[in-house]
Structure formats: structure tokens, C-alpha cells
Design a protein around this ligand. Structure first.
Ligand code: ADP
Length: 293
């Protein structure tokens, strides 16, 4: 890998000289390859992917800017993204991560509630982005149910059909799309700024114990969708939930709707990784349809 173009772009973006001394591959990413790029007294976190995937990095860059502007939770500052001869790249501030503890988890709960208080008069965002490596649609809408039906569930169901998952999954999915309003009874979702992909692998703490979130798939939507995802794969402690609820309590219907929101991510996993998630998606749909009828 020739780091010349990337170091020049860093220099242009920061206005400071940057002479690469070393580039260490980092483990952990699902989608991209990641590196710690070091000069004498500066370090950057760099993600690389295929040259045709620049829009994915541009959307992540814009998402980090949007989150950073709120000053609610620390995120890596985006520096620059672009293309070399062979790759697309995204350069971020390098943050030395530490393990979360009870104090940082509590702070994260409080700060996430503050982030969710940042709202817009529409659902969606000013641009599409990706969830994993799959396109996530964000056309603005003033109707949350229509947004979720068309741009979240409906979209993943369409992709699943293209990937060969027809039959029961599609039939139950269609019923759910038609009848989902029943899950929202007296609850009125508000368009909060969401991280959008908030599993434990995208949240940690810095060396000072401050929470850090990264790798977002931002849009404005029901805050329950972010909370639901924290529960999907686990890893967030009681301190986190108690602190969130102390700032902004959740509606009691969340207990059912979290399955509804997480269905989107399970369908996304089905489309990304295949068969193992089919059963899980189907049983989530069965549970939700039982709630509705
Ligand atoms: P991917 O988009 O491939 O999923 P991530 O953004 O999740 O990649 O990053 C991969 C790993 O790199 C993370 O799990 C985390 O440990 C580390 N990481 C991410 N961002 C930074 C950063 N700004 N500074 C230091 N390490 C980071």
C-alpha cells in the first residue's frame, strides 16, 4: 500500500505536514480494512475499501460530522475521505480506546438521551448511507410509519426477495407492513438524531473514561430504534439503561416495538450473511403478528 495520496490529503485537510512513519493494520472491522497511520507526533485512523465504495465513506464522514455538531457524545473527528489509485479511504482522528466501565456506561446512557433530544421536523436524513455494507435509504418523510414501511422493512424485504428468500418471510413481512400501525397505538415517535447502528462493537470509552461512539448510520427517527439495537446483540449494562431512562423515560410499548425495530437489522443480516438469520426473522415476525391480532 502506498500511503502518499492519503498523507497528502491529510496535509490538505489539516494544513499541517504529515510524514507517514508507519501504518499498522488494526483488527475489528466487519466491512473495511483499518489502519493506524503514524507520523512523529500525530496518528490517524484510516479505513480502506474498494475504489467504487467512496459514497459509503462520504456518508460515514457526514454522519460523524452530524453527531459531532451536537456535542452530546464523543465521536472520532472526521478528517478527509477520497480515492487513491486503488482504494477509497476515510481518515478519522485516532482515539485510544479503553474498556467501558459502569461510570462510562452511565455517561453513555445520559449522553445518548441528550443526542436523541436533537431533532428535525422530518424523518430521514439529507442523504442515504449504508448499514453494514447495504444501502440504507433516508428520503425525508413526515410520516414515520410510511418511512419505516417503505425505507426500512419494505426495502430489506425487497432485497431478501432478490436474494431468494420468498415464501413465508415475504407473506409475514407484507402483513406486518400493512398492519404495523397497531404497534403504535397511542405512541407518537419523534424525529431524533440516531446513531443508527448502535451495537456494542460501535460504542466504547476513551482513556479518560468518556464514552465514544463510531461507525454510525445516522438518520432522524424514533429513538426506540437506537435503544432496540443496543439490546439486539447485548453488551450494554443496566447502568446504561437506567441512566437513559432517568433523562428521558421510554414509553411502555417499547417492550414490543423493540422487536419490530430489530427485525430491520435481522433482515439486514440475512441479506448480508445469509441463511442463519432466516429463522430468527420469521420468528420475530410471528411474535409481532401475534401482538397485532
Ligand atoms: P467497519 O466499518 O469495518 O465496521 P469500524 O469503524 O467498526 O470498521 O472500525 C473497526 C475497529 O477499529 C473498531 O472495532 C475499533 O476497535 C477501531 N476503531 C474505529 N474507529 C477508531 C478510531 N477513530 N480510532 C481508533 N480505533 C478505531
Amino acid at each position: 500500500m502506498n500511503w502518499q495520496t492519503i498523507s497528502e490529503q491529510i496535509e490538505l485537510a489539516t494544513g499541517r505536514a504529515f510524514n507517514v512513519l508507519s501504518a499498522h493494520p488494526l483488527a475489528g472491522g466487519d466491512i473495511n480494512s483499518a489502519f493506524l497511520l503514524q507520523a512523529c507526533d500525530e496518528s490517524y485512523f484510516v479505513k480502506l475499501n474498494r475504489i467504487d465504495l467512496l459514497t459509503m465513506f462520504e456518508a460515514e464522514f457526514a454522519g460523524l460530522q452530524e453527531l459531532a455538531r451536537t456535542q452530546a457524545i464523543r465521536v472520532p473527528a472526521p478528517v478527509v475521505c477520497g480515492r487513491t489509485d486503488g482504494h477509497s479511504f476515510l481518515v478519522l482522528e485516532y482515539i485510544e480506546f479503553c474498556c467501558s466501565n459502569k461510570i462510562s456506561e452511565r455517561l453513555l446512557g445520559q449522553q445518548l438521551a441528550q443526542l436523541h433530544k436533537r431533532q428535525q421536523p422530518y424523518f430521514g436524513w439529507h442523504r442515504d448511507n449504508t448499514i453494514g455494507s447495504i444501502l440504507q435509504l433516508n428520503s425525508k418523510s413526515d410520516n414515520w410509519l410510511a418511512f419505516w414501511r417503505e425505507q426500512r422493512l419494505g426495502w430489506q424485504l425487497q432485497l431478501a426477495a432478490k436474494n431468494g428468500y420468498g415464501g413465508r418471510l415475504q407473506a409475514s413481512g407484507e402483513r406486518l407492513c400493512n398492519d404495523m400501525a397497531a404497534l403504535f397505538d397511542s405512541y407518537l415517535p419523534q424525529p431524533s438524531l440516531l446513531h443508527g447502528d448502535l451495537w456494542a462493537g460501535n460504542a466504547t470509552a476513551d482513556k479518560q473514561g468518556r464514552p465514544v461512539i463510531f461507525d454510525p448510520a445516522c438518520y432522524y427517527g424514533d429513538r426506540e430504534a437506537d435503544l432496540a439495537m443496543t439490546e439486539l446483540f447485548g453488551g450494554f449494562g443496566q447502568e446504561f439503561y437506567a441512566a437513559y431512562q432517568a433523562v428521558w423515560p421510554l414509553d411502555k410499548g417499547y417492550a414490543v416495538r423493540k422487536t419490530f425495530y430489530n427485525l430491520y437489522h435481522i433482515l439486514n443480516h440475512l441479506n448480508l450473511f445469509g441463511g442463519g438469520y432466516l429463522r430468527q426473522a420469521e420468528s420475530m415476525m410471528t411474535l409481532l403478528l401475534a401482538e397485532i391480532n
